[in-house]
Ligand binder design. Sequence first.
Ligand SMILES: Cc1ncc(COP(=O)(O)O)c(C=O)c1O
Length: 414
Amino acid sequence: MDKTIFVSLRFEIMDFERIREDFPILRKEIEGKPIIYFDSACQSLRPKQVLEAMNRYYEDFPACAGRSIHKLATEVSIRIDEARGKLARFVNAEKPEEISFVRNCTEALNTVIFGVGLKKGDVVLATDREHNSVHVPLLKLKETTGIDYQIVPSRDDETFNLDKFSEIAAESRPRLVAMCHTSNVNGTTIPAKEVCKIAHENGALVLLDGAQYVPYGGVDIKDIDTDFYAFSAHKMCGPSGVGILTGKYDELSKIEPRTYGGHGISMATRKHADILPPPERFEAGLQNYSGIIGTGAAADYLSRIGRDWIVTHVNHLNRMATEQLLKIPDLKIIEPGNPDLRSGILAFNIKKRNPHDIAMILDNMENIMIRSGMHCSHSWFNDREIEGSARASFYLYNTKDEISLFADTLRRLQ
Ligand SMILES: Cc1ncc(COP(=O)(O)O)c(C=O)c1O
C-alpha cells in the first residue's frame, strides 16, 4: 500500500479522537458552540501532557536549576537536563549542549544576527518573505553597521527560487544566509539542505528560522547541515515564553551573547567576566523552568505522533479547504495555489472585504478563529501592495467537518 495512504488510514481510524481529547480547550464551548481553532501558525493549542508536565514543576519541585544545591533545586536541574536531551533528539542535534533555551524564536534569531560579528559591507541573503524577527534586525544592521542586506526574489508562484539564490550567492559571496525554513505568509518551504550546501560552497554561515517547520514533528539539523536553527515552543504544542537556539556547537560557541547576568558566566572580577560556553552562554538570568519542562513534553508528544502523520493530516485538510474555497466567487488564495506546497497555511483575500472583517465575522458566527493582517511580515505585503490577508492555519487537531463549516460560513459571507 502507498505509504501516505497507510499513514493517513492509521491516523483516521486509530488515533484522531484520542488526539482531540488531549486538548482540554477543544472540549469547551463559547456561546454554546465549539471552538474551531485555525490559528496554530500564530500559536498552537496545548495537550494535557504538556500542561501536566508544567504544573508538576510548580507543585513538586518549584525551585531554581543550576544554582542552589538542595534537593528541590537538584530535581529541577535534572528535569531541565532531561528537557534539553529531548529537544536535542527532536532536532537531531549532535549533543544536548547544542540546545539553548531562550525567550522565543525572535530572541534566538536576534542572538545570531547581532552576535555573529557582521561588519560593514558583509552580505546577508534572505528571502523576500522573512518574518520581522529576521527582516528588522537585518535592516537595523544595515542602518547601524552598513551590512549589505540582499533579498532573493521568489518565483512568480511565490515559491523559493533556488537557481536565483545560487546565482546571487556566487556573485555576492555572503557572510550569512538567514532564511525562514517554512514561511508564515504562504506556508512554502525552502529546500534547506540545498540552501546550506550552496551557502557553504560560497563561504556563508546559515541561520534558519524554523518557527513554522518544527511544529510538524521536529527537524534534522545534522542532515540539513545548518549552522544555526531557531524556533519557538508555542507553535509546537508547547508553552509560550520559550524559544530554542540550536546549531553546530563550534559556531554557537563563537556567538557573542546579547544578555549577560547570573548563570551565563563562570567567574567575574572587577576587571573581567568569563562567559560560559553554550548552552549557558545564552541562558543568563533565571529561566522559565516550567516552560522548558513543558517544551520537553511537547517534543515528546509530537515525536510520538510523528512527522509523517502530522504532515499527511494537515496536507489533507489544506487540500480539502483549498478545493472548497476555490469555488467561492471573489476569493483569492495567496500563491502558491497548490496546497501541497503550503504546509498547513491557507491565506486568502475576498474582494472588497477587509481581512480583519473576515476574521471577526468568522469568529462571531461560528467561533472560527483565524489570523488577519500582515502576519509580522509587512515587507512582503508592502512589496506587493496588498493590505494584508486572512490566514487559516490547520494543525493536528483540526477536522474535516471544521473545514466544511469554514467553507460554508465563508460562502454565507457572499
Ligand atoms: C516564520 C516565523 N519566524 C519567527 C516568528 C517569531 O516567533 P516568536 O514570536 O515566537 O518569537 C514567527 C512567529 O509567528 C514566525 O512565524
